[in-house]
Each structure stands twice: as C-alpha cells, then as structure tokens.
Design a protein around this ligand. Structure first.
Ligand code: SF4
Length: 373
C-alpha cells in the first residue's frame, strides 16, 4: 500500500516586518537569499526521511514571504523536490504570496513549475487598517495582483483575512467579507489576531495607543464570518478555514489528519515516524550550522491523543477509518469516555457514523480538545 507525506519549505525573507508578526521571518537579509536557497536544496538532496514507497501528495512553500524572493529560486527548489521524491499525479503545490511582491513574471514561473495553488495574505480590505498593522500593500494593489493571477490561469486561490484587529468594528468585518465574496476566491482563511509579547503592536496595546475589540465583539465577528460564508456556499471545514466544495487545502488536511511531513529551511518542523523535530531558527545559523532539534518522540498513546486533538479542529472530517488503519483499533474504543462526555456536553454529535462538531464544539474548540490531552 502506498504511503503519503507532505513537504513544507520555509522562506523566511520579508520586505519589512509587520507590527503583529511573530513568525520566523526577517527583513533586510536579502544578501543571504542565495546561500539560504543553496543550503535548503542541499538538505533536500541528502534527505533520507522517506523510502520509495512514500508518495508526496502536497508541497507548501510558506514563510515569511516566498513571493519576495526571485522566482528562479522557487523553480530550483521545486525541481530539487521533483528530483528527490515520487510526486503524486494530482499533487497540490501551494505558494504564499504578499500582494506587494507579486508580478506577472513570477506568476508565469510558478505556473511553469506546476505550482497550482496561491495563498495571498490580504488581512483586510480597509487601507487604514492595513496601514495600522504595518502591511505594505493596499486593497487596490491586492485586487490588481489577484486579477493578474487569474489572468495567468490560477484557478485555486486562498485569501487570508484577520479579525480582532485594533479598533476593528463588526461593520469593518462585514465590508471585508462582502469585498472578498465579490471576487470569488476558492478558499478563505480567517485568523483572529493573537499577539505575542515581543511584537511592536503588543506595546501599543499595553500603552493604550491601540484598542482591541473586546471578547464579545470578537465572538460576534467570528459568528458573522461563519454565517456570511455559509450563506454564500463556502463550507467551513476547519475552525479558521472556509472553501468552496472540494477546494479544501489538501496540505492542511494532511497535517490535521496526522500524515507525516518533512520541513526544509530555517525553523521548519518535520513529523516523521513518531518524531517531531525542527531546524535551527536563524537564517545564518541555519546556513552555517543547522542543528536538528528533537521536539518530541511520541508513544503510541501520545500519538493517538494527538490525532484527536488536531483532528477535532476539522468540523466533520476527523477520519475514523484512518485512525483504525494507523493504530489497529477503533477510536470509539480508545476514547469512549472522552467522546461520550463531549457529546453529552454538546461539543459534538454523531451523524451517519461521522463525528460532527456542534457550534459549541467549534467556538470552544480548545475546551473540547483538552479532554483528549
Ligand atoms: S509578511 Fe507575513 S511573515 Fe512577513 S512580517 Fe508580515 S505577517 Fe510576518
């Protein structure tokens, strides 16, 4: 039987650092780009994580801003992956984009190397808001680049939006949703702003320079997102993700269904066998002396619990059969008590042998997942 895995590639370069961003990304490091890509390709060439019986189903190039670097590097990376692994015939290859760094030549190069899904970081359709959170593009620039991507032939596009931004109102969110639905992307991810203490925006919140929406408003925003997409035939298949029927992110689904993956680049995580490990975070450190950090080596019991915790982010797609294939036992037997308790407390229900999250299970997902830890 074939086994499947995914590849993640981390490109940590950005034009500037957004005020809220705590990702492993860096501005003003352009002189390292070439060396970084060379090191990354070397890592791909010598990787021995997966035997020949494994087939690569998805590739995800994330960051950072992958569209910031010259597309010749992206072509080299994809070619190295193609040389190294057996790719599935229907492979999904996604690249993340920032509207300010997309151009026609890059898009044509992406097409040429079989990239078939774009993920564009928009965050808001309100220019004042974009400016406030430190984004370097306007909504108009996004629209221009989105249309360019369509004209080049991309038929699977995700747009990222954010809620819970400083001074954002429910009306702002409604405007964002209306604007996005008008342009008809296949997939939309909506993330709540979560601030780490080390980012510039955190200080501005503490100093009361910026005011965040309160918890009630944020819940209202999330509900508005869910209802609006439902009315417009987008399926909510995960806590933060909405898509047209059958246009789900296959890469993310594989992660949430606990398939193995190998990550290349600074700070990239991998999950192979029962181990999770990561590369060195800094660009120079990664290029000159990458260290593999073992994050976790998990027992079967821990792996089964993790399967539930990540799988229960999916609204109705926790894969019961896959659990049996993987662990040789039915999840109802292993987690009888936890599942019964979750159903009794209204977090989930059973329809046609499937586990389906209720509204409570979606909005209080952390509470539900804690039961399986
Ligand atoms: S573009 Fe993305 S990765 Fe880069 S700084 Fe902004 S939020 Fe972070």
């Amino acid at each position: 039987m074939n086994k499947y895995f995914s590849v993640y590639v981390h490109i940590p370069f950005c034009i500037s650092k957004c005020d809220y961003c705590d990702f492993n990304s860096y501005a003003n490091c352009d002189n390292y780009i070439e060396k970084y890509v060379n090191k990354l390709i070397k890592d791909i060439e010598v990787d021995n994580s997966f035997t020949n019986e494994y087939i690569c189903k998805t590739i995800y190039i994330g960051g950072g801003t992958p569209s910031y670097i010259d597309s010749k590097y992206i072509i080299k990376i994809i070619n190295a992956i193609k040389q190294k692994y057996t790719l599935s015939e229907d492979i999904e290859i996604t690249i993340e984009q920032n509207p300010s760094s997309i151009n026609e030549n890059k898009l044509l190069d992406y097409k040429q190397c079989a990239i078939n899904r774009l993920s564009i970081g928009l965050q808001s359709t309100n220019n004042n808001m974009l400016n406030l959170i430190g984004r370097k593009h306007t909504y108009e620039i996004f629209l221009e680049k989105y249309n360019l991507a369509r004209s080049v032939g991309f038929e699977n596009i995700n747009v990222d939006l954010m809620i819970g931004l400083p001074s954002q109102t429910i009306q702002d969110v409604k405007n964002d949703l209306k604007n996005i639905i008008n342009i008809n992307p296949e997939h939309i991810s909506v993330y709540s702003l979560i601030l780490q203490e080390n980012v510039p925006m955190y200080k501005k919140i503490i100093n009361k320079e910026y005011i965040l929406p309160n918890e009630v408003s944020e819940r209202e925003m999330y509900k508005c997102v869910q209802d609006t997409f439902k009315d417009n035939k987008y399926v909510q298949y995960e806590i933060s993700n909405f898509a047209k029927e059958n246009m789900y992110s296959r890469h993310n689904l594989m992660c949430w269904q606990q398939y193995e993956y190998i990550g290349f680049g600074a700070g990239a995580y991998s999950f192979v066998g029962n181990k999770r490990f990561s590369n060195s975070e800094g660009i120079v450190e990664y290029i000159e002396n990458n260290q593999i950090h073992i994050q976790e080596e998990m027992s079967k019991n821990e792996l089964m619990r993790e399967y539930m915790v990540i799988g229960l982010r999916l609204i109705n797609k926790i894969d019961i059969d896959r659990f049996v294939d993987k662990y040789g036992i039915c999840m109802y037997n292993v987690f009888k008590k936890e599942l019964e308790e979750s159903a009794n407390e209204g977090f989930l229900k059973y329809i046609d042998g499937k586990i389906i999250l209720t509204e409570k299970g979606i909005s209080l997902n952390n509470m539900l997942c804690e039961k399986f830890l």
